[in-house]
Design a protein around this ligand. Structure first.
Ligand code: HEC
Length: 234
């Protein structure tokens, strides 16, 4: 008799314990710290942050690495001012042009076409309309207008500022202008020899945030080509 009572007791205790288990919910964690991180989770919601978001916008006045502030506003007036005044700070070297071509092929050719005639694959398949040729007389693009448009975007065309560095946009810029010359049948500019160029322009920064003037001072000097070479090795 005593044994039966013991068995019934044992079975009911077992039933109580087992019944706590559900397959729908996580079960007891014996060492929760092993599962839940102590730090804030990326993009998590936490009340301590403004807007309750772990991911915060950069503080006002922040300057992104590889960029200097761009002074022309995203307005029609800003566009006209950039078109008239802004010039490409990078020398027109063969290396800069070739790197510009590679970047152009990655980012722009899908709409604008390899020749810049507005006949990229997406334009031909009518996935995107109104892609102009670079020699479109009505637009009369300049180095400044091309930079402005690639920096801010324009109507159906997005901005490229988040995917490139300032330096890369200017390399693409050289290539776009050379396509424009080719479409017009104009002779292209003559190259500045790489030997004559040692540094970035003083007011530009490279990917590590070093300014051209710092690089000018450093003993090793700086060749535009070096940056290109290291990047392709990654
Ligand atoms: C998704 C397709 C698409 C891609 C990719 C694209 N563009 Fe465009 N681009 C357009 C369209 C559409 C327009 C016409 C915008 C308008 O004026 O309404 C345009 C216009 C332009 C213009 C003329 C702007 C003016 O001043 O009138 C330039 C220059 C230009 N693009 C350069 C580039 C460069 C450089 C890249 C690559 C970094 C690029 N585009 C990538 C679709 C694209």
């Amino acid at each position: 008799m005593k044994k039966i009572v013991q068995i019934i007791l044992f079975v009911s205790v077992l039933a109580v314990v087992v019944s706590c288990q559900t397959k729908d919910k996580p079960n007891y964690q014996y060492m929760p710290n092993m599962y839940a991180p102590v730090s804030y989770e990326t993009y998590g919601n936490y009340e301590v942050f403004p807007d309750g978001q772990e991911a915060m916008s950069p503080a006002e006045g922040s300057v992104a690495r590889g960029w200097m502030p761009y002074e022309y506003e995203n307005t029609p007036e800003g566009y006209e001012a950039a078109k008239a005044n802004l010039k490409n700070p990078l020398p027109y070297t063969e290396d800069n042009l070739n790197e510009g071509k590679a970047l152009y092929t990655i980012y722009c050719a899908i709409c604008h076409g390899d020749k810049g005639n507005g006949q990229g694959t997406l334009a031909e398949r009518e996935k995107i309309l109104g892609v102009p040729a670079y020699n479109d007389a009505g637009r009369d693009i300049t180095e400044g207008s091309v930079y402005h448009v690639t920096y801010y975007g324009r109507n159906n065309m997005g901005s490229y500022a988040s995917q490139t560095t300032e330096e890369e946009l200017w390399k693409i810029n050289h290539y776009v202008m050379s396509l424009k010359h080719a479409l017009n049948g104009d002779p292209d500019r003559t190259f500045v020899s790489s030997d004559d160029i040692e540094t970035l322009p003083d007011n530009m920064t490279d990917e590590e945030g070093r300014t051209g003037s710092e690089l000018n001072e450093s003993a090793s000097g700086y060749q535009s080509q070096e940056l290109g070479d290291t990047r392709t090795e990654h």
